[in-house]
Design a protein around this ligand. Structure first.
Ligand code: C5P
Length: 342
């Protein structure tokens, strides 16, 4: 085999409930991941030395050294299986990006997941999905979900993934921002807002400090400053079983949203613009700054995308559907020629 290519989706969190900061710096989550049909592609091939090449959306922002998440995933796989698994001294990793970088869509984690499934195939390592998920958890909190795709509950750091029963196809609009947000910085801002709220004499403290709408798009645990452990929203689960976007829209929640808005106040206008144009739900995706809007159907999504483009509240807008499949091998070549698998 001379090259294997895998395709991998972006994600949005339909629920992102964040518990208090743990002693290891992470936060326990209760989240509902939803994979979106916006894909990166990763090709791996045997080489004399390790290398990473990145092209496409935001490529200049992606590290090319050992910090690259796809490179870290390859290293973690070698560590898990043993150095004998590679049949060459190095691996050339080529990443073609359509998922924006540092945008709250888990693009880096997606590339890591694609590298895992591609190398598993390239080397014939034969790791099961569960074994790959264990390696994924060592690379990053969102990498495991990118392997599975679909719609799934994430617990722990987000790395303990269980698929959920969901029906139907949802139509989304994604508004990309000109700016980026660092995930650790957004979690730190969330901690600061909660501390300010806990020490504030009145309950509106955090909103006043952040200058953000109080509980809009925020779960009960988040609005209350994470007073108890985060809980799965059972009404959201019921809405996913019904497949009705009108039920799902008002139930979307993200505890990181006030923190993202506190760092990038313009996001408030971007969310409001979606609501004004009839979005069933409008939410910051993960740690942001991408905003995700749920539409009634494909036509509504296209109309919403046009309207949002006209408002100038974002850099660019795309329409996507969800759920999408997780990291999948889409091409295998041997001696430069395509092999009929998969
Ligand atoms: O796991 P990953 O490397 O993707 O996480 C990036 C950063 O996001 C962590 O270093 C941490 O600051 C924050 N994070 C967190 N709690 C989580 C997941 C991520 O605090 N459950």
């Amino acid at each position: 085999m001379t090259a294997v290519t895998a395709r991998v989706p972006a994600k949005v969190n339909l629920q992102l409930s964040v518990g208090p900061r743990r002693s290891d710096g992470y936060h326990d989550l209760v989240t509902v991941f939803h994979a979106l049909a916006l894909f990166d592609e990763v090709t791996v091939s045997p080489a004399d030395t390790d290398s990473v090449v990145v092209t496409g959306e935001g490529a200049d922002r992606v590290p090319l050294d050992a910090d690259n998440l796809a490179a870290r995933a390859v290293a973690a796989l070698v560590e898990a299986v043993g150095p004998g698994v590679r049949d060459s001294p190095g691996v050339a990793i080529e990443i073609r990006k359509r998922i924006p970088v540092a945008a709250g869509l888990a693009g880096g984690s997606a590339d890591a997941a694609a590298a895992l499934v591609a190398c598993n195939e390239l080397w014939g390592a034969g790791l099961s999905p569960q074994e790959l998920a264990e390696v994924a958890g060592q690379v990053g909190s969102d990498v495991g979900f990118a392997l599975f795709g679909g719609t799934a509950i994430g617990l722990g750091r987000g790395d303990q993934v269980t698929p959920v029963l969901a029906t139907g196809t949802y139509h989304w609009v994604l508004a990309f921002a000109a700016e980026v947000l660092s995930t650790p910085a957004v979690y730190a801002a969330c901690d600061r807002l909660r501390e300010a709220q806990a020490t504030s004499p009145d309950a509106s403290g955090a909103a006043a400090v952040a200058g953000v709408p109080g509980s809009v798009g925020t779960s009960a645990a988040g609005a209350a400053g994470a007073s108890g452990p985060p809980q799965l929203n059972t009404r959201l689960m019921a809405a996913l079983r019904s497949g009705d976007p009108a039920e799902l829209g008002p139930l979307l929640s993200n505890d990181l949203q006030p923190a993202a808005i506190s760092l990038l106040p313009r996001l408030r206008q971007a969310l409001a613009a979606g609501q004004e144009h009839g979005a069933l739900g409008a939410i910051v995706s993960g740690s942001g700054p991408t905003c995700a809007y749920l539409a009634r159907d494909g036509k509504h999504a296209r109309d919403l995308a046009v309207a949002l483009t006209g408002t100038g509240v974002c850099r660019s807008v795309v329409t996507v559907t969800g759920p999408a499949p997780g990291a999948t091998v889409i091409g295998v070549t041997a001696d430069g020629r395509p092999v009929s698998r998969p």
